[in-house]
Design a protein around this ligand. Structure first.
Ligand code: URP
Ligand code: ZN
Ligand code: ZN
Length: 456
């Protein structure tokens, strides 16, 4: 199949220009003004924005968590991602404490192979570091193309590792060219604040927020960057939410350290006032919680300052029925919210259309930096000759309203109900195949391929 995308406003992380794009098979083969090629399919992109397919490097599909499973599986989750212009995701494999990384890998392969519609890769969450894990870390990098290792400084008893294990993991990962990523919050302090609130009879969702104050994230982010500095390992902080944590990263730059930082779209556009309603606040119970307006300002500024490199979602959806598990006790509400479908449009609308970021910056945050930092560039994350033809075409002026009535995620509510957005994803291509057109998905379960990544 050949496709010619004509006359779009094409953007990469470093530039934007008016051009045609010619695709043959799975790859981009030519880019330029008025290309003279004949194609089986021609898309007129006049007045449209043409960007690399989005990469969301932080999603949880079909994940066992807090006594249930996240409600989108690989099929529904990656389909919703495509509707929103995201052509690739990186999901998290969770090692079960006391079990091997390879057993966990096999479980996640069963969830994804033959089911994913969009392309995908895995981060490996190390929840139990020991000699066997250390040997398997090397095998993951060298044989399996899994080069990033997720750690949790919270969720004690299920996912958390201690600082000694963290340093040892960093040492082995550094030696083999991988990256350690982190959920950076102080788990012990949070557990103690949760216990205090429960003991005082404070059971509403707002106490989830009040049990995870900014300092718990700032402290852990500083501790993590210190351990990175000591070991020399490459590191990445996931879902950074607040000014205090960002300042810990800023502080690290003063000793010439480079720390990779991801925030998530919800921390840029939603705030903690949403917890000031009774059980409805459960829709936004996630960890870390939504923060204050001043933190949003710090994050947008951090983007401009080059401190925040990636905007992801931490998509971890639950149905309203699942959220009821915490009706009597905020600490039992499954943590997470649905967002995989809305990241690109929200970032475009709130970022580019509101003049906070340029179009190339949008590309950098939504695709290119994830591809570069996780070892997939230039196959993914750019519109370039030879790259995978993963492309998202947006109408930059089209207004629409987000709603559970129209979204494709497997949740019966929207965390963004009624949110007005300017900019609509219209056509999406994945490896040269039309994935989304005329509001329909044209690819089936199993089209998505695993992307093996390179160590750096
Ligand atoms: O609330 C969240 N973020 N749920 C998913 C697990 C995690 O911490 O990323
Ligand atoms: Zn997390
Ligand atoms: Zn997460």
């Amino acid at each position: 199949m050949s496709i010619l995308i004509k006359n779009g406003r094409v953007a990469n992380a470093s530039e934007e220009f008016q051009a045609d794009i010619f695709i043959e098979g799975e790859h981009i083969v030519a880019i330029g003004a008025n290309l003279p090629y004949k194609a089986e399919k021609v898309i007129d992109a006049t007045g449209k924005v043409v960007v690399p397919g989005g990469i969301d490097p932080h999603v949880h599909l079909d994940m066992p968590f807090m006594g249930t499973f996240s409600s989108d599986d690989y099929e529904t989750g990656t389909r919703a991602a495509l509707f929103g212009g995201t052509t690739m995701v990186i999901d998290f494999i969770l090692q079960t404490q006391g079990d091997s990384l390879y057993n966990a890998l096999r479980v996640w392969q069963q969830k994804s192979v033959g089911k994913a519609i969009a392309d995908y890769s895995y981060h490996m969450a190390v929840t139990d570091f020991n000699e066997q894990t250390a040997a398997e870390v090397v095998q993951m990098i060298e044989r399996e193309g899994i080069t990033s290792f997720k750690t949790f400084m919270a969720y004690k008893g299920a996912l958390m590792i201690d600082d000694g294990q963290m340093v040892q993991l960093m040492q082995i990962v550094k030696k083999h060219g991988g990256m350690v990523t982190v959920h950076a919050t102080n788990g012990d302090m949070i557990d103690s604040l949760i216990a205090q609130n429960r003991a005082a009879g404070n059971r509403a969702p707002i106490y989830h927020y009040l049990s995870q104050p900014e300092i718990t994230e700032a402290e852990a982010s500083a501790r993590f960057t210190d351990m990175l500095h000591y070991t020399g390992c490459r590191g990445y902080i996931v879902h950074l939410t607040c000014e205090g944590a960002l300042n810990a990263v800023r502080e690290a730059t003063l000793r010439n350290q480079q720390v990779n930082v991801e925030t998530c779209i919800q921390y840029l556009v939603l705030d903690a006032s949403l917890y000031e309603q009774d059980f409805d606040g459960a829709k936004w119970v996630m960890s870390p919680p939504l923060r204050e307006k001043k933190d949003q300002e710090a994050l947008w500024a951090g983007i401009e300052q080059g401190l925040v490199n990636v905007v992801a979602t931490d998509h971890c959806p639950f149905t309203w029925e699942q959220k009821q598990m915490g009706k009597q006790d905020f600490s039992k509400i499954p943590n997470g919210h649905p967002a995989i479908e809305h990241r690109m449009e929200l970032l475009f609308s709130e970022g580019v259309n509101k003049g906070r970021i340029s179009l190339p910056k949008f590309v950098e945050l939504s695709a290119t930096n994830a591809a570069k930092k996780f070892g997939m560039y230039p196959k993914k994350g750019t519109i370039a000759i030879g790259a995978d033809a993963d492309i998202c075409i947006l109408d930059p002026n089209k207004k629409h309203t987000l709603s559970a009535k129209t979204h494709h995620m497997r949740t019966d509510y929207s965390a963004y109900e009624g949110f007005e957005v300017t900019g609509k994803v219209e056509t999406v291509m994945l490896r040269g195949h039309v994935a989304i057109e005329n509001e329909k998905c044209h690819l089936n379960a199993g089209f998505g391929q695993f992307v093996a990544r390179k160590p750096q």
